[in-house]
Design a binder for this molecule. Structure first.
Ligand code: ADP
Length: 363
């Protein structure tokens, strides 16, 4: 299958149900061939946006463009967009083969072509042997593959996946997300993928948009978003974040000094767009914090404080501690190796914060 790769764009899209604004001024541009995740908590408007691109919802404002052309007035079945639904929406009384062939039969294609394309789609998802079964006789992962085959068989220009992995158990989710990713790479088809699971988005997406309350909070690559969140919501939703509230004491050309409650001034590299006034927070990841000079010595480059273990969670690869220090409670992850004992609750520790890992955000 060779397809023209197309872009998908939303420009200033707004959508309300009655008085409830579900999408507010949403603008995103998905590049041709990209695997793009729409990530956000439940109710943030992800599915509504996906259904709008599919043509099942109508916007109150703004435009949807596919391959640069406004498709706002074009009905779903003429958009050349394929959607895989969360519950797969397979017909239980039809065989797997007939489920996959359905879209081609509906389009009244020649019998030979239907057979060739259906067989090819089933082979592509590894289900060539299962054509005569009913969906109910397949595992959850196999049903999902049928749903994908049924969608790609019509050779859409855009593939939309609505929480495609949420009905699968954790292990299968990991396998299936790798499968989906590799299928998408093979096909090179522009794909939008809705998920509330940040790990799923980070592991699969080329880029992603984080939504909250119908507003795009940030668009970027998984690494870019994790390392450089632009606001506290993104910092907390994409990964785990520690926050130290304070205010900007001095915004110099090269350095930014933040007066942190209970700790005092912390100096980090200058960040554009932050003026000297107003409440801010310093944000950093649990694994960037050192405990008791482990491996780094009490490097002068770090800010060291006395603290106490308030709680700990053993997670196998690492231990996540809650450490109380100077009126703050911090999450600190330390790798675990066999023979090592997690520090006890109540133990006195030294905590070392690495200023190069701090991000200053408007509170
Ligand atoms: P998400 O996919 O992020 O979980 P949705 O797009 O499904 O979020 O829903 C966003 C908001 O819109 C929710 O508050 C939901 O209750 C509301 N909503 C979705 N569909 C409808 C509808 N058909 N009528 C009224 N409200 C709706």
């Amino acid at each position: 299958m060779s397809l023209k790769k197309v872009s998908v764009e939303c420009r200033g899209v707004g959508l309300s149900y009655g008085k409830t604004e579900v999408l507010r001024d949403v603008s995103i541009l998905v590049e041709p061939g990209e695997f793009f995740a729409l990530l956000g908590p439940s109710g943030s408007g992800k599915s509504t946006l996906l259904r709008l691109i599919a043509g099942f919802n109508v916007a109150n404002r703004g435009q949807v463009l596919i391959d640069g052309k406004d498709v706002s007035g074009i009905p779903a079945h003429l958009r050349n967009v394929g959607m895989v639904f969360q519950n797969y929406a397979l017909w239980p009384h039809m065989s797997v083969y007939d489920n996959v062939a359905f879209g081609l039969v509906e389009r009244r294609l020649p019998k030979d072509e239907i057979r060739a394309r259906t067989t090819a789609a089933l082979e592509r998802v590894g289900l060539a042997q299962f054509g005569q079964r009913r969906p109910g006789q397949l595992s959850g992962g196999q049903q999902q593959r049928v749903a994908v085959a049924r969608t790609i068989v019509i050779e859409p220009q855009v593939l939309l996946l609505d929480e495609p992995l949420s009905n699968l158990d954790k292990k299968l989710r990991v396998t299936m997300r790798e499968e989906l990713r590799s299928l998408q790479r093979d096909l090179g088809i522009t794909t939008l993928f809705v998920t509330h699971d940040q790990e799923e988005a980070m592991t699969t997406a080329d880029r992603m948009a984080v939504l909250d309350h119908g507003i795009v909070q940030q668009v970027g690559s998984p690494v870019g978003m994790y390392d450089y969140p632009e606001n506290p919501f993104v910092a907390g939703f994409v990964g785990t974040a520690n926050t130290l509230p304070g205010r900007i004491a001095e915004a110099g050309a090269d350095t930014l000094t933040v007066e942190v409650d209970g700790i005092g001034p912390i100096r980090i590299a200058a960040q554009p767009g932050l003026q000297a006034a107003g409440a801010v927070q310093l944000t950093f990841r649990p694994h960037t914090v050192h405990l008791d000079a482990d491996g780094v010595g009490e490097s002068a480059a770090y800010l060291w404080m006395d603290g106490e273990v308030a709680a700990s969670e053993f997670l196998g690869e690492f231990v996540r501690y809650r450490i109380r220090a100077r009126g703050h409670e911090l999450s600190v992850d330390r790798p675990h190796f066999s023979g090592g004992e997690p520090r006890a609750v109540g133990a006195a520790v030294r905590v070392g914060i690495d200023p190069s890992q701090l991000r200053c955000l408007r509170a």
